[in-house]
Design a protein around this ligand. Structure first.
Ligand code: GLN
Length: 200
C-alpha cells in the first residue's frame, strides 16, 4: 500500500516561505500555506520560516492563528523552526522587542541577533552527528543563539561554542537556514517526526 504523503504547512505570514515549500515538496510532502486556524487544522506538522520574528508574532495575532498554534504545539504537533522560527518556538526570547511574544514549547532561552547585525551574516560547516557524518553547510543571517537549554532538550549542533540547533520531543529548531543551502536532512527529520506522530 502506498503511504499518503505527510500533510505539512508552512506558516506564511512573513519570511522565506517559498524556500521551505520547495524543500518539503522535493521530499514528497503534501505542503500547504498556513495563515488561518482552518488552514492549521488541515496539517499534521508546521514549519516556522526565517524572517523577522517580531513581525511574524504580530501578524499571527492579527490573523488569530497564534492561540491555535500554541494549542497545537501543546498537543504535540511537530514543528520545525529556522532562525526567526527558532525564536518563535523558544519559551523565552532575550533581546526581543518589548511586546514580542514567542509561541513557545521549546524549553530554551534564545537571544535574537546573537551574532550581530545583518553585516554579520556568515556561512559555516557544521558537524551535526544526529544527521550523519557529512557536515552541514549552514547560512546564518542575523541569527539567534540558544543561551539556556532545559532538561530534555537535545543539542544537535554548535558554532563558536554557541548552541544553534536543538530538538525536544516533536520540536526542532535551527538558528540557521538549511532551506537555502540545498540541505535536506533537517526537513527529512521533521517529516519523519510528522509521519511517526500522525501515523501517516
Ligand atoms: N533576526 C531575526 C529575528 O529576530 C531573525 C533573522 C532570520 O530569520 N534570518 O527574527
Amino acid at each position: 500500500m502506498v503511504r499518503p504523503a505527510p500533510r505539512v504547512g508552512v506558516l506564511a505570514l512573513q519570511g522565506d516561505v517559498r524556500e521551505h515549500v520547495a524543500v518539503l515538496e522535493a521530499l514528497g510532502a503534501d505542503v500547504s500555506l498556513v495563515r488561518t486556524p482552518e488552514q492549521l487544522d488541515a496539517v499534521d506538522g508546521l514549519v516556522l520560516p526565517g524572517g523577522e520574528s517580531s513581525v511574524i508574532d504580530k501578524l499571527s495575532r492579527l490573523f488569530e492563528v497564534r492561540e491555535p498554534i500554541v494549542a497545537r504545539i501543546a498537543d504535540g504537533m511537530p514543528v520545525f523552526g529556522t532562525c526567526a522560527g527558532l525564536i518563535l518556538l523558544a519559551d523565552r526570547i532575550l533581546d526581543g522587542l518589548p511586546s514580542q511574544l514567542p509561541f513557545g514549547g521549546l524549553d530554551v532561552d534564545v537571544r535574537r541577533n546573537a551574532f550581530g547585525s545583518q553585516v554579520d551574516s556568515f556561512e559555516a560547516e557544521l558537524a551535526v552527528p544526529a544527521l550523519g557524518e557529512e557536515p552541514v553547510r549552514a547560512t546564518f543571517i542575523r541569527a539567534p543563539a540558544v543561551e539556556r537549554v532545559g532538561d530534555g532538550v537535545e543539542v544537535l549542533a554548535h558554532v563558536d561554542g554557541r548552541v544553534i540547533a536543538v530538538e525536544q520531543g516533536n520540536l526542532l529548531g535551527t538558528a540557521f537556514h538549511p532551506e537555502v543551502n540545498g540541505e535536506l536532512r533537517f526537513h527529512r527529520r521533521f517529516l519523519a517526526t510528522v509521519e511517526r506522530v500522525s501515523g501517516a
